[in-house]
Design a protein around this ligand. Structure first.
Ligand SMILES: CCCCC/C=C\C/C=C\C/C=C\C/C=C\C/C=C/C(=O)SCCNC(=O)CCNC(=O)[C@H](O)C(C)(C)COP(=O)(O)OP(=O)(O)OC[C@H]1O[C@@H](n2cnc3c(N)ncnc32)[C@H](O)[C@@H]1OP(=O)(O)O
Ligand SMILES: Cc1cc2nc3c(=O)[nH]c(=O)nc-3n(C[C@H](O)[C@H](O)[C@H](O)COP(=O)(O)OP(=O)(O)OC[C@H]3O[C@@H](n4cnc5c(N)ncnc54)[C@H](O)[C@@H]3O)c2cc1C
Length: 664
């Protein structure tokens, strides 16, 4: 059999309706149709070509990004694409650009923190891209500690203006995407100072560049922070540095939904909590969870297809060697990642719902669910991005030597993805926020206030800290109620143990700092419980299509039992399960790998990714890996000449010297 036939053969083995699974993956038939149509549109447009991207110099890459962003905008207008279609188009163009921050943070910041009047003034211009904005919060000296930002916005009652200033080197804005070379405006976070009094960090709309010739406005120093990790990758983005030298803006450019400054310089706070100033981060963290499932599914698609094509060892009587996907070690490394991609997809959908719900409530002045929305977005952003970053690297290793080639698509995907563990909140810092939320929840138990939402299980803490797992045989681990209780018991016991340890400290903040490593683990356990429980909830829905639900049940079980195996120490040390039950879970996991094996190629086909989007020879749909790798090698600039440039200067003299020495 030729390499090109391997995937066709695999596709014949699928035990479910792939077309129906594509719809489940996309979220709805409507979303599927948009995604399918727009991805093909992008793939067929030569301007969106990206196979040469890692070879470009920084300047050429950046210009190529500007060209793609401009072309995308032109197509969006020409084709009158809806908001959803336009977002899908930018996603499939697959090149980080200033537009991500304009649409993803600048506009949401104005929508979330601006008054009606401010929205009416700024949003129409932003929607038409007559102005381009970024989100300028982080500084050289402070990122995680937002309250520690140093940029000042002093109110000048004489002129009814704020004076934006960078008082120190460390107060220079540093990192904002789109700032370096493109943005005309920014939402700048600065300390509000009125009459010498510091009112903390607030957002201000500041114009940075002239709308006529793009030069920085007086008092503004702005540029790019320099090359980042990897070739190509995130270097298409102009992450920027920005300093203000007493830049004046009108008073009405402070975002005033949360608090206001009057003409007289009086500071007033609305009923809305001050944490709404952080609202844009909550919004983006929620989108990052869905992005994690996309990046992970992309890596998994590449590694799965290649593992079915690649053969090593095991030839019998001159027959074909074994497909590496049939090695149990390959399966135990790869299949949990496939299951994780589906798990993150569904928890991302749920988080989107949660975010829509909290937004609706906020509009009606109901702030009760904000702490939970913050904890869920922070925690799930952290857990899914860390797992995805690790998984992309694992997929590279699963592809052996060829995974290290740029043309596998995996090195660039890794380089572009890993900052997700840092931006929008360092993952550890965010897990500590979840831990604070959990400790608060535990401390309120028994106060008559029943925990709700994702912490509702804490309401059964007495049962969960005493219950015994009922598993006696491996197949008992297939019961959703058994899985859920084990994860709930682990999470509840870890949180309660932390709370008990904390109570021994006279100074709670000191205790929190001392126990922070344990607290982070408790937060991870809580977030993993959410992901598992949302997968199980998804399976309670009506899911049409032959065999589709069954495959998803298998993936859900793989995801949960893989986590259980990986964190066996937590489950056993908390007494949530016994060592024997841990061994039975592993036995069941092996059976599940065999069960899903025939369908794995179809399960990655269900992502419906074009070869253009995948950007990987190893992951191409037809599986013609070897021919394509061979052809691609000859396109490398080094192969433009047979004898390399530099031969006469640097190779020949050494060779000659060697010959001379040999003669001596
Ligand atoms: C690669 C291709 C991408 C394609 C993109 C496609 C679409 C585009 C979409 C979006 C763009 C996405 C990605 C683009 C890439 C990068 C962009 C990156 C942008 C950034 O990084 S912006 C900067 C982000 N910075 C951070 O996240 C900083 C992290 N730090 C914080 O959030 C906070 O400072 C802190 C750690 C939470 C602590 O704050 P602090 O004021 O000190 O608070 P505490 O005392 O700890 O808490 C007080 C109180 O407030 C509660 N709280 C804290 N935060 C929030 C919140 N966000 N919402 C609600 N409540 C919050 C906290 O729980 C406490 O509550 P108590 O009840 O305990 O008092
Ligand atoms: C590619 C990229 C794009 C970005 N885009 C933007 C943007 O558009 N706009 C913007 O404003 N910012 C942006 N940022 C900045 C980003 O949000 C910050 O870098 C991020 O929030 C982390 O903050 P930091 O750099 O201050 O890390 P630090 O807080 O300095 O982290 C350093 C280390 O200290 C640890 N640490 C810090 N605090 C604690 C604590 N309390 N307890 C325990 N450990 C702790 C962290 O875990 C980490 O290991 C971007 C960053 C990157 C990399």
């Amino acid at each position: 059999m030729e390499a090109v036939d391997y995937l066709a053969e695999e596709r014949r083995k699928a035990e479910f309706d792939v077309e129906e699974m594509k719809i489940v993956w996309a979220g709805s038939r409507h979303a599927y149709e948009i995604s399918d149509r727009v991805s093909r549109l992008v793939a067929s447009d030569p301007v969106f070509r990206k196979d040469n991207r890692t070879m470009l110099s920084r300047k050429d890459l950046f210009k190529d990004t500007l060209r793609k962003a401009a072309h995308a905008w032109k197509r969006i207008i020409e084709l009158r694409l809806s908001e959803e279609e336009a977002k899908t188009l930018r996603f499939y163009v697959d090149q980080p650009a200033y537009t991500d921050l304009h649409w993803g943070m600048f506009i949401p910041a104005i929508k979330g923190q601006g008054t009606e009047e401010q929205q009416q003034k700024w949003l129409p211009m932003a929607y038409k891209m007559q102005i381009i904005g970024c989100y300028a919060q982080t500084e050289l000296g402070h990122g995680s500690n937002v309250q520690g930002l140093e940029t000042t916005a002093k109110f000048d009652p004489q002129t009814d203006e704020f004076v934006i200033h960078s008082p120190t080197l460390t107060s220079s804005k540093w990192w904002p995407g789109g700032l370096g070379k493109v943005s005309t405006h920014a939402v700048v976070y600065a300390r509000l100072i009125i009459d010498g009094q510091d009112h903390g960090v607030h957002g201000f709309i500041v114009q940075l560049r002239s709308l006529d010739d793009h030069s920085p406005l007086p008092g503004i120093t702005v540029g790019d922070v320099g090359m980042k990790f990897g070739s190509g990758a995130y270097n298409s983005m102009d992450n920027g540095v920005l300093r203000f030298d007493h830049v004046r803006i009108p008073r009405n450019q402070m975002l005033m939904r949360v608090s206001q400054v009057t003409r007289e310089g009086k500071y007033m706070q609305s009923d809305v909590p001050r944490q709404l100033v952080y609202g844009t981060m909550v919004y983006v963290r929620q989108t990052i969870v869905s992005d994690a499932s996309r990046a992970l599914s992309r890596a998994v698609c590449i590694a799965t297809r290649y593992s079915a094509v690649r053969r090593q060892f095991g030839s019998q009587n001159g027959g074909p060697e074994t497909q590496v996907i049939n090695y149990k070690t390959q399966q135990s490394r790869l299949f949990p990642l496939l299951a994780s991609a589906y798990a993150f997809k569904f928890v991302g959908e749920w988080l989107k719902w949660l975010y829509a719900d909290v937004t609706q409530r906020l509009e009606a002045n109901d702030f009760s669910t904000l702490p939970e929305a913050h904890a869920c977005t922070a925690g799930l952003k952290s857990v899914t991005t860390s797992a995805t970053a690790d998984a992309i690297e694992e997929c590279r290793k699963l592809c052996g030597g060829h995974g290290y080639l740029s043309s596998s698509g995996l090195p660039e995907l890794f380089a572009v993805y890993i900052p997700a563990c840092t931006y929008e909140g360092d993952n550890i810092v965010l897990l500590l926020q979840v831990a604070r939320f959990l400790m608060k929840t535990v401390s309120q138990l028994g106060s008559g206030k029943n925990p709700v939402g994702t912490t509702a299980y804490m309401g059964r803490v007495e049962h969960l800290t005493q219950c015994n797992c009922e598993v006696q045989r491996a197949e008992d681990w297939l019961k959703p109620s058994v899985i859920l209780e084990a994860f709930e018991a682990r999470a509840a016991r870890m949180s309660v143990a932390c709370a008990k340890s904390l109570s021994k400290f006279s100074n709670p903040e000191e205790g929190f700092a001392e126990l922070s490593a344990d607290l982070v683990e408790a937060a991870v356990a809580h977030c993993q419980l959410i992901i598992v429980s949302k997968f199980i909830e998804k399976l309670q829905q009506d899911i049409p299509g032959k065999g589709v639900k069954r495959q998803l049940e298998t993936l859900c079980n793989i995801y949960a039992l893989y986590l259980l195996h990986k964190h066996l120490g937590d489950f056993i040390s908390t007494g949530s399960i016994s060592p024997k039950q841990g061994a039975l879970a592993n036995e069941q996991l092996r059976l599940l790998y065999s069960q899903v094996r025939p369908s794995v190629i179809a399960l990655v086909d269900a992502f419906n990714y074009t070869d253009h989007y995948l950007g990987s020879i190893l992951g191409c749909y037809d599986g013609n890996v070897y021919q394509k790798l061979y052809d691609e090698a000859w396109k490398d600039p080094l192969n433009e000449t047979v004898v390399p440039d530099g031969y006469h200067e640097y190779i020949r003299p050494i060779l000659k010297q060697h010959i001379r020495n040999a003669r001596l």
